[in-house]
Design a protein around this ligand. Sequence first.
Ligand SMILES: Nc1ncnc2c1ncn2[C@@H]1O[C@H](COP(=O)(O)OP(=O)(O)OP(=O)(O)O)[C@@H](O)[C@H]1O
Length: 650
Amino acid sequence: MTTSPQTEDIELGEYKQTTNIEDNVSGEYKQTTNIEDNVSEASSQEEPPPPTPSMSKLLSMSKPEWMSLFVALLLMAGAEVTGLYAPIVLSDCYNIIVDPTISSETVKSTISSKMLIVFILHWGGIAGGAIRGIIIAIAGERVVARLRNSLYAHLLSMEMGFFDKKKSGDLVSRLGNDTALIQTATTSSFPEVLIGAIKIVGTLSLMLFISVKLSIVMFIVFAVLLLLCIPFATFIGRISRQYQDSLAVASTFSTEALGSMRTVRSFFAEKKEVERYQTHIGNPEAHRYWYPFNSPQSTYKTGSIKGLVAPSFGAFAFGMAISAMYATLWVGFYDVVDGKLTLGRMVAFQSYVFQMGISLATLSGHFIALMTAKGAAARVFELLDRESEIQLDAGKTPEGKMKGDIVFENVEFRYPTRLETAVLKGFNLTVKENETVAIVGSSGAGKSTIIGLLQRFYDVSGGAVKFDGIDARDLHQGWIRRNLGLVGQEPTLFGLSIRDNLTYGIEDPSKITDEQVVEACKQANCHNFITQFPEGYKTMIGERGVRLSGGQKQRIAIARALIPSPSVLLLDEATSALDAESEHLVQTAIDEVMVGRTVVVIAHRLSTVRKADKIVVMDQGKVEAEGTHDELMKGCQIYKDLVSRQLSAK
Ligand SMILES: Nc1ncnc2c1ncn2[C@@H]1O[C@H](COP(=O)(O)OP(=O)(O)OP(=O)(O)O)[C@@H](O)[C@H]1O
């Protein structure tokens, strides 16, 4: 930030303390530190893990796809039945081959017709399986797209206090990773588990039909596996949630650092950021063994535990099933020799045992996916089930535009993340239609909080904020914001074209003509530099406007505020990022657009303050004095101190 040589451009309050830092880095810094403060504060507050949802709640996410999933289920069942029936047909072939009473001609013709059936069953099963796969894949995409859209919309409807508490990376992780885990579970794993279970029951029944004795061996194995599955599944669910939690914290750090690369670079903090990320991802190089014993929780550690337990359990399940097959073969051979069982039936039984082993292994894989999804769903439902404390679509929308009468009536306010501290205490302020009121005060006095309350980012803890005599809590937020134009301390632009940024606050940007856009940009003194870009208003400005200078961004932000022609203009250090020359030009533009509007301006510069109809001096969340510059210079010690402090600083 550049301090103007003119006496009138001196700054009020303790702002100077922060400007030195801002000079060193970019204008982005102040915003970044706020986010960092919020994040570290939020991370220090350990939240209890969200409750695990029931299976029916998890499955309800795929409800709109249940019809198609039912068809997939039928196809799956059909494929399984064909798979189960084939060994019976084959067993007939074995039996007639070893039957000496049947002629070889008859044997061959019977085998041909039986094998034809086997092929038909086989290809029927394959075709059904392919169609089932397609249905499940598309249903899965539909589920995840719908879930991500509704979760994102729900997140964006939350009140500001929610975002002060939550970590952005965590929210991004829930939106991307957790939803993907739910996709697999609700569309493919559930039918697979269902069919797998039915198949196991069917296989066991067929086995019973063939030989009760051999089946008992299988029942025992199955019962042991089932019993072991329960604690195993709970364990996998817990470990998966820990994995997602670590990934979410790591994502918070990476999102923060990647979004603030200028600050990271200017402090040469790349290594520190990598270490911060690595704390939650884990560092394989730091461990002598593959498995990270005694290391803190990280994705590497929890992933390794899962990697250790899940395949071991799968192998154990498969190994048990195959051992059972050998054991039944052993007993079965004796039965064939004793004539209690035909060779064909014993081969069929063996094939069922084999299928059972495969089914159990597949089932355990899908079971793991289901349990993992339950962990992920807990994190998603925690957000989806949360109601916003300030409803986005509630409240009335008065006819026409806001007149611009603003009243703060005995307002008390505490930030949701710091309920123990009252930022505003018995704050009273009246701004009449078309009046310009400047708010001054030392750093932390609560000036920006006033702007936040005007935009209804938060609801007051006591008293009321009123627009045209109506309590802000009774008004539709859209109406309030459409009538307010804000130019903040740090301009936040989006990775869109300049024109799209300028019309960001307009519901239907096509209704804004190019002339209107150019007019606003001329007023904000940005038209000239925009037209110097080869692509003019279509120029893409990069994420958060990185391809523009701080002053250019600020001027675009000013034009953006002017385009909807708001009744009330909120200027929060609006010219602080500009050099002396641009500031003068922009200030002239602002002076022009102030006419015929209510203006609330937070200013550190005397030039801005002097033009106000009224100056309000704030101290520790209260109005200390109000009046014109001359009146306050005579009667308000705090104001005099603010001015003299800056004069001496200069
Ligand atoms: N989102 C938030 N959550 C919790 N506390 C906050 C939040 N934003 C601001 N505060 C606290 O509220 C108090 C008033 O902050 P505010 O930003 O309104 O002051 P200010 O007068 O605008 O300061 P400055 O001139 O430095 O910008 C400060 O103590 C600050 O720490």
